[in-house]
Design a protein around this ligand. Structure first.
Ligand SMILES: [Zn+2]
Length: 93
């Protein structure tokens, strides 16, 4: 759960927070008000994931072992955690 910018209680779920970047505003379970993370956080996460995936592509080609391509999965989780979940929610008007 993540802190709500309106009431400061931890009333926003992780899934709602992630969805607020592109789909629908996150609703606080405590006060019912809406908030979202800025779209640039999602873009930063996507760019970081793509760059890290290209690093793993390079390592896989250099080592001639495609198993290194599985590195894209932890790279995706890292990008979501560092760029989107760490971003504070902003209140909707
Ligand atoms: Zn709230």
């Amino acid at each position: 759960m993540h802190p709500c910018p309106h009431c400061q209680h931890t009333g926003v779920s992780t899934l709602a927070k992630l969805g607020s970047a592109y789909f629908a505003a996150a609703t606080c379970q405590h006060c019912g008000k809406h908030s979202l993370i800025p779209g640039r956080a999602g873009h930063k996460a996507l760019i970081l994931w793509i760059l890290l995936t290209w690093v793993f592509i390079g390592v896989a080609m250099f080592q001639q072992m495609s198993i290194y391509m599985l590195g894209t999965i932890p790279a995706f989780i890292l990008a979501i955690d560092k760029c989107m979940l760490s971003e504070p929610l902003q209140p909707c008007q």
